[in-house]
Design a protein around this ligand. Structure first.
Ligand SMILES: [Zn+2]
Length: 339
C-alpha cells in the first residue's frame, strides 16, 4: 500500500543568517525557484486518497537580493477565509526584482476545509492544536509536521485567522509580547492594537515561538466569507512587516501608536438568560464596567435581559445577533493592566 510521505524537507538553502554572497535559487522537492522569480505549486505531487487531503498550495517568491524569509500561513482553520485571501494578494503583489529575501505563503493549510467550508479536518481534529506534529501520526499530525518543517526555515511568521462560528473579531494582532522580537513584529504590522498571549498548546504560533521563530497572529472578521476591509488591512500589515524586516523599501510606512492589552475576558449570557441576542455595543467600542452592551429576549416570555460588561475595556470580539443559551460567549473585552 502506498504511504503518504511528508518527511522530506521541503525547502533547503532558505535561511542563512548572514543572507550571504551565496544567494541563489531555493531548491524544492523537484523544483527550483530562482532569485527574482515566483512559483506556486502543490505541497506534494503525490496521488493517493490521503494525499488529496494533504495537498495544500505552496507559494514561494525568491527576491533578487539576499534577505530574511517571511512565512505567512492561512487556512489552518478551513472556514477562515479572510487570511486565505490576504496570503494570495500579499504574495501576488510582491515584486521579486526589488525584494530582498524570500516570501513563503501557505495560503490554505487545511486545504480540504477551505474547499468545503470546514474549520476542522475531516476527522474532526483541530489542526491548530497539532503542532509541531509528527511524521508518523494522524493526518493532523502529518500536516502539522510538514508545515512546521517549512516554518522552521522562516525568520518570522504571520499566521492569519478570523473569529470562529457566529462570532467576529476586530482586526487585531495576537502575540506573546513578553518576547521583545515578537513585540516588535506585532507593533510593526501597524494595526495599532495588540492583544497579548502565547496562544494554546499545539497552536502554530505558540510552537513556532517556542522553536525560536518570532510568530504573530492576525485575527480579523468572521469565518465563511471574504471581507474586503479585513482582507485589505491584512495585506497592508504584511507589507508593513516586509518593510520592517528590510525586505522592501517603503518610505511611507506609518506605524500608529499601539494599544497593547494584556488581559481579555468574555462577557457571557447568564445562567437562565437564554434567548435572542441583540448587541448594541460594537467592535472597537470602549466600554465601562456596568455598561449595557446589548440584550437577550426570551421569545417565549418576552422577558428581556441586559447584557452588562463586568470590566472596562475595548470590545475586540463579539457574537453576531443569534439565538444564544446560558454561558454563550457574547463580548470579548480586552484591557490594559498597568497604567
Ligand atoms: Zn483560526
Amino acid at each position: 500500500m502506498k504511504r503518504v510521505t511528508l518527511t522530506l524537507l521541503l525547502l533547503t538553502a532558505v535561511a542563512s543568517t548572514s543572507y550571504a554572497d551565496d544567494w541563489g535559487a531555493i531548491e524544492l522537492q523537484g523544483r527550483t525557484v530562482e532569485p527574482g522569480s515566483k512559483a506556486r505549486f502543490p505541497f506534494i505531487p503525490d496521488q493517493s486518497f490521503e494525499a488529496t487531503y494533504l495537498n495544500m498550495p505552496v507559494f514561494v517568491a525568491r527576491g533578487a537580493e539576499p534577505g530574511p524569509t517571511l512565512c505567512i500561513t492561512a487556512g489552518i482553520h478551513g472556514d477562515e477565509l479572510n487570511g486565505v485571501e490576504v496570503a494570495r494578494r500579499a504574495f501576488s503583489e510582491v515584486d521579486t526584482e526589488s525584494m530582498r529575501g524570500t516570501l513563503i505563503a501557505l495560503p490554505a493549510i487545511n486545504a480540504e476545509g477551505v474547499r468545503t467550508g470546514n474549520r476542522y479536518l475531516s476527522d474532526r481534529r483541530d489542526l491548530n492544536r497539532a503542532f509541531p506534529g509528527r511524521a508518523g501520526g494522524s493526518v493532523a499530525s502529518l500536516i502539522a509536521y510538514s508545515v512546521f518543517e517549512v516554518v522552521q526555515s522562516c525568520d518570522a511568521l504571520v499566521d492569519l485567522h478570523t473569529a470562529s462560528n457566529n462570532r467576529t473579531n476586530l482586526p487585531q494582532i495576537r502575540a506573546d509580547i513578553s518576547d521583545p522580537e515578537i513585540r516588535e513584529l506585532a507593533v510593526h504590522f501597524g494595526l495599532g492594537i495588540v492583544v497579548a498571549g502565547k496562544g494554546p498548546d499545539g497552536s502554530l504560533r505558540r510552537e513556532a515561538a517556542k522553536a525560536g521563530i518570532p510568530a504573530i497572529i492576525y485575527e480579523a472578521g468572521e469565518p465563511y466569507r471574504f471581507q474586503e476591509h479585513e482582507v485589505e488591512r491584512g495585506v497592508e500589515g504584511v507589507r508593513n512587516v516586509m518593510a520592517h524586516l528590510d525586505m522592501t523599501d517603503r518610505a511611507d510606512v506609518e506605524i500608529p501608536d499601539t494599544r497593547v492589552y494584556e488581559r481579555t475576558r468574555w462577557i457571557r449570557a447568564r445562567t437562565g438568560q437564554g434567548g435572542f441576542f441583540f448587541p448594541s455595543a460594537g467592535l472597537g467600542d470602549i466600554v465601562e464596567a456596568g455598561q449595557r452592551l446589548g440584550r437577550i429576549v426570551d421569545p417565549l416570555t418576552d422577558e428581556s435581559f441586559d447584557v452588562v460588561s463586568t470590566i472596562p475595556g475595548e470590545v475586540v470580539g463579539m457574537a453576531v445577533p443569534q439565538p444564544v443559551l446560558s454561558g454563550y460567549a457574547l463580548f470579548h473585552v480586552a484591557w490594559h493592566t498597568n497604567d
